[in-house]
Design a protein around this ligand. Structure first.
Ligand SMILES: Cc1cc2nc3c(=O)[nH]c(=O)nc-3n(C[C@H](O)[C@H](O)[C@H](O)COP(=O)(O)O)c2cc1C
Length: 217
């Protein structure tokens, strides 16, 4: 046992999604590495991502007492040494479920707005699944956008300096390319053994990203 805790946050509306599956794969690898895993499935726990008056920041009061629900989530973040957020890339960013969790829980006075950040010293890995194939211009720009908004804009802004973003490409097993004129081309959907091999490779890549980030072997 390492005595360390990992909070694995899964943000998807379907229990049988690739996202949920990658969350389980990551949780299993972390347990193997000796972490106690707190698996937070936002959908299964009925988290409502819509901002409320109770959880809206008060810029004149960083000690504001937020809703009991938000505070319970804050406690789970505080208890974790490592935060792994697994999500599908939607519109080059976060799905609403995860965006709302950040909005309501990573709140003023808790994760930011203090000269000594409460989350300093924690580590955070964002694992996104994306429909896009890797290697082209869009792929490069997607990595850049996510790095800026997630690693820099959220983790670093919240005092978490040891953070990274990993994106798993081709998450639908059916390539979709938009060319310079905006035309969409759909490739052949993978089937049978090829499909199985494709998703097994994504599992391995997720584990490799985790091992690299945590320097596990
Ligand atoms: C609303 C929506 C927006 C999406 N936006 C993007 C996008 O900007 N870039 C991309 O590569 N894939 C995009 N996708 C594809 C998803 O990333 C992909 O379907 C997902 O990662 C598959 O994993 P899942 O089975 O866990 O949902 C989008 C999908 C949806 C439904």
């Amino acid at each position: 046992m390492t005595g360390r805790t990992a909070l694995v946050v899964v943000s998807h509306h379907r229990a049988d999604s690739l996202t949920a599956h990658i969350g389980s794969v990551a949780a299993a690898r972390l347990e193997e590495a000796g972490y106690a895993v707190d698996l937070l499935d936002l959908r299964a726990e009925g988290f409502d991502p819509r901002m409320t008056v109770e959880d809206q920041p008060d810029w004149d009061d960083r000690e504001k007492v937020y809703s009991a629900e938000a505070r319970a989530h804050m406690d789970r973040i505080l208890a974790a040494d490592l935060i792994i957020s697994v999500f599908p890339v939607y519109w080059n960013g976060l799905p609403a479920l995860l965006k709302g969790w950040i909005d309501r829980v990573w709140n003023y006075g808790f994760s930011y707005g203090r000269s000594k950040p409460r989350l300093a010293g924690k580590r955070m890995l964002w694992i996104g699944t994306a429909g896009a194939p890797e290697g082209d211009e869009y792929w490069a720009s997607l990595q850049d956008i996510l790095d800026r908004t997630l690693r820099d804009g959220i983790s670093f802004y919240s005092g978490i300096t040891d953070a990274a973003v990993a994106v798993l490409p081709d998450a639908e097993g059916e390539p979709q390319i938009v060319d310079a004129e905006g035309n969409l081309t759909k490739g052949e959907a993978l089937t049978g053994g090829q499909r199985v091999a494709h998703y097994a490779a994504l599992d391995r890549r997720a584990v490799e990203h985790l091992e690299k980030f945590l320097a596990l072997d």
